[in-house]
Ligand binder design. Structure first.
Ligand code: PEP
Ligand code: MN
Length: 361
């Protein structure tokens, strides 16, 4: 074969490539139309029977020289690319996504603009244990001019024999302490049936890691008019986390704070593995404020400060950490809570760090 002939065949291949390109793009446009029609009808986009029908039709008409396995492989990839494209459309359509709303969601909590650029802080004990205990912590938090206090009254414990929290009585104690120091109450609710009564005492409803995919709870907190702090499930992917938030917003509540609290990995040096890169991913993908819980992620007092620095440096809108007047006798998470003195040092060090790098507060 002469060089000229080879050149001509190559030109032919180039031309066929361009035809294929144009045809698969034409196919993609048709698929987009079908996607829109299916969306209107509320029909599932992936239809295995339809795919089987298309593959059969190709088999009946395959005159070669490509064998059927190869043809199937190529077309399955083409089918998949169309589905991926539709999935991208669905993602675009998520109410929590940046693509849907470019501006940051800013949540006013007790006068503090959460998500507006300056880091916010949520401190408080793991669990409410007594009036005196929460009063001491509230005094320390209020003394710093901070606006929120946390404390669990319904504790989702691994063992049913461990302290389960004081329930509504605990919420009343926390609210009393919060009122005294002008703080908003952040507390976890574990079931929709507790929600109504709790709302008299709670300003920000926390949905804990273990309940991130409790869809009935997500829908219930989606129908209230108070902010929700949604924690990432300990084995949840970022995508699952985003979809959990979508349940809340789809029920009508846009005031959602996402909270990265570490995920379960093989690593045992920390209680969970703080997935720090989830913060900028969540900031890019959604318009919601993102917090980092340094206590439950690291599970180590010595890591609370470096983890908080990392969180702020990477763009988190806030940090959560646990503070207890006497952690050694705490009824839950005794190893990782700060006492008041440690809290003072911690907060000072964090403020110094932020000033040093001109991060606003
Ligand atoms: C908590 O914040 O009190 C808590 C139980 O955390 P998580 O749900 O992240 O384990
Ligand atoms: Mn805890």
């Amino acid at each position: 074969m002469s060089n000229l002939e080879l050149e001509q065949l190559r030109e032919k291949v180039d031309a066929v490539n361009l035809q294929i390109l144009s045809l698969i793009n034409e196919r993609a446009s048709v698929i987009q139309e079908i996607g829109k029609a299916k969306e209107k009808q509320g029909v599932n986009r992936y239809d295995p029977l339809r795919e089987r029908h298309m593959l059969n039709l190709l088999k009946e008409n395959n005159a070669g020289p490509l064998d059927q396995k190869t043809v199937d492989h190529i077309f399955k990839e083409i089918f998949k690319s169309a589905l991926d494209m539709q999935e991208e459309d669905i993602r675009k359509a998520l109410l929590v996504s940046r693509k849907k709303k470019a501006e940051d969601t800013i949540i006013n909590i007790n006068g503090e603009q959460v998500g507006a650029g300056d880091p916010s802080f949520i401190f408080g004990p793991c669990a409410v244990e007594s009036q005196e205990q929460v009063m001491k912590v509230a005094e320390a938090i209020g003394g710093k001019g901070l606006k929120m206090i946390r404390g669990g009254a319904y504790k989702p414990r691994t063992s049913p024999y461990d302290f389960q929290g004081l329930g509504l009585e605990g919420l009343k104690m926390l609210k009393k302490a919060a009122d005294q120091y002008n703080l908003a109450v952040v507390s976890e609710i574990v079931t929709p049936s507790h929600l109504e009564a709790a709302l008299d005492y709670v300003d920000v409803v926390q949905v804990g890691a273990r309940n991130m995919q409790n869809f009935e709870l997500l829908k219930a907190v989606g129908s209230i008019n108070k902010p929700v702090l949604l924690k990432r499930g300990m084995s949840a992917t970022v995508d699952e986390f985003i979809h959990a938030a979508e349940y809340i917003i789809a029920s009508g509540n846009e005031n959602i704070i996402l909270c990265e609290r570490g995920i379960r990995t093989y690593e045992k040096a920390t209680r969970n593995t703080l997935d720090i890169s989830a913060v900028p991913i969540l900031k890019q993908e959604t318009h919601l404020p993102v917090f980092v819980d340094v206590t439950h992620s690291t599970g180590r007092r010595d890591l609370l400060l470096p983890a908080a620095k990392a969180a702020i440096a990477i763009g988190a809108d806030g940090v959560m950490a646990e503070v207890h007047p006497d952690p050694a006798v705490a009824l839950s998470d005794a190893q990782q809570q700060m006492d008041i003195g440690q809290f003072d040092e911690y907060y000072d060090a964090l403020m110094k760090f932020m000033k040093q790098y001109e991060m606003k507060m």
